[in-house]
Write a new protein. Structure first.
Length: 204
């Protein structure tokens, strides 16, 4: 239990430090790197809680896909830091208000939980005795909650298509891909066979 407590406080302290640092650093790239570090510490906390499935999802999905995608986008885009700071200073009172509300919520939850004792919220596990967390979650997700799982997938699919449509708009001085013209062109329009004489080049 002593080792468990040490690991818990270590992961929790690193998570708090990385969370504060990712919103205070100036460089967006460094902010994303601290976000990845925060995800790893969160996964460590889930491992300590015997929730290895959630830890795996955080590492694979959030670190391996979302955070890395954020990193590539930040590195490729030319972000105007001065403009972002202007927006941050403008919305700072609202951010402080929301942070205070969340802090009060956390304090109330901790105090009420300590007054009521150790409360463990869990689903009945009569049918999942001897199964791992991943097997138990899959048994419920792909049976009882299968329609909701499919609907959520369709919603994400529609959101992805909508994002593509909104970003794939006509812009000035930007060449747009014409897929219909590329597919409908003939061989003569695509390939030009030129006979080159020895000692002479090809004039483009």
């Amino acid at each position: 239990m002593v080792i468990y407590g040490l690991f818990f406080y270590a992961f929790a302290a690193l998570l708090v430090i990385s969370s504060i640092t990712l919103i205070t650093v100036r460089s967006p790239v460094h902010s994303v790197l601290w976000l990845i570090f925060a995800f790893f510490n969160t996964a460590g906390l889930f491992v300590l809680l015997d929730a290895e499935f959630l830890a795996m999802i955080i590492v694979i999905v959030y670190v391996g896909a979302v955070a890395v995608l954020f990193l590539f986008v930040v590195m490729m885009l030319n972000i105007n830091i001065v403009k972002l700071k202007e927006g941050f200073n403008k919305n700072l009172p609202i951010c402080i208000l929301i942070a205070l509300i969340l802090l009060v919520d956390i304090i109330l939850i901790v105090t009420k939980s300590s007054e009521a004792g150790n409360i463990v919220l869990s689903l009945p596990v009569k049918d999942f005795v001897g199964l791992t967390n991943t097997h138990a979650i899959a048994s419920v997700l792909y049976t009882r909650f299968m329609p909701i799982f499919i609907i959520s997938g369709l919603i994400l699919f529609v959101a992805m298509i909508s994002a593509i449509i909104l970003t794939h708009r006509q812009r000035q001085n930007v060449r747009r891909q014409m897929a219909d013209k590329q597919i409908s062109r003939s061989v003569k329009q695509s390939i030009s066979i030129v006979k080159v004489e020895v000692g002479k080049g090809v004039n483009g």
